[in-house]
Design a protein around this ligand. Structure first.
Ligand code: KIV
Ligand code: NA
Length: 263
């Protein structure tokens, strides 16, 4: 099959076809997910919590990200691999150049970084140099200590306005995708309509261009799963079935339901 590229994803946004992303961390899961029709494989820095046992994403290092991007790359043949830039690895544009280079050379097709206006110039400079970038707004876990916890973002009018502005700035800076995490559904819908890049929601309602879930949540490995996630293994019975059901439910607008979303 033809490999998934940024163009595939833009065409899907234009035609209103939802695409599917899974955050995963190793070769066999990557191989299975791409076989089950998952277009984007995110090697998330969530691996700090889902694989390594830390209580946040803040301890995650470049070496750990590279180790897992390489593993996912070895398992994948056709999906688009997105690698997270870990905490402080893009604090300056110079550091972003060095670290994004390493993640791309490890086998990612795109890097992801968290933040709004302050990263726009870095996004511009990376994309100009041929590195596709996915932004990440709303609940940005690398800022958990600044946010004061893991909670829904953009609920008051002022914060919603800033998030919409940040999304437009990232779009104008040349970002290729945008993750919206724990954002009221109506705001995610408004942002999705306002930007040219496809949006990927997690706890952002059904109207984003795509959805992302963490593999641990899909497979019921998480002790206290977040409201926005779903254990697909319960109904599906095995791992390929779970990935197929998740992909199908996203494509058909069945997932996420209201119970997985925020007002
Ligand atoms: O690290 C991660 O898995 C993520 C997704 C939850 C968007 O950033
Ligand atoms: Na992440």
């Amino acid at each position: 099959a033809k490999p998934i590229t940024v163009n595939t994803l833009r065409k899907m946004k234009a035609s209103g076809d939802k695409f599917v992303t899974v955050a995963l961390y190793d070769a066999p899961m990557a191989a299975m997910a791409q076989r089950c029709g998952v277009q984007v494989l995110l090697v998330g820095d969530s691996l700090g919590m889902t694989v390594l046992g830390y209580d946040s994403t803040i301890p995650v290092t470049m070496e750990q990200m590279i180790y897992h991007v390489e593993a996912v790359r070895r398992g994948n043949s056709k999906s688009l691999i997105m690698g997270d830039m870990p905490f402080m690895s893009y604090a300056t544009t110079e550091r972003a150049f060095t670290n994004a280079t390493r993640i791309m050379q490890a086998g990612a097709h795109m890097v992801k970084l968290e933040g709004g206006e302050w990263v726009a110039d870095t996004v511009h400079k990376l994309t100009e140099r041929g590195i596709p970038v996915c932004g990440h707004l709303g609940l940005t876990p690398q800022s958990v200590n600044k946010l004061g916890g893991y909670r829904v973002q953009g609920r008051d009018a002022g914060a919603a306005k800033v998030m919409l502005r940040d999304a437009k700035l990232l779009d104008e800076a040349g970002a290729d995708l945008l993750v919206l995490e724990c954002v009221p559904s109506a705001l995610a819908q408004e942002i999705t309509a306002a930007v040219s890049m496809p949006t990927i929601g997690i706890g952002a309602g059904k109207d984003t261009d795509a959805q992302v879930l963490v593999i641990n949540d899909i497979l019921g490995l998480t002790e206290h799963p977040p409201k926005f996630s779903k254990n697909f293994l319960l109904e599906a019975g095995d791992i390929p079935g779970s990935l197929l059901k998740y992909a199908d439910d996203v494509k058909n607008g069945i997932f996420p339901a209201g119970e997985h979303s925020f007002d």
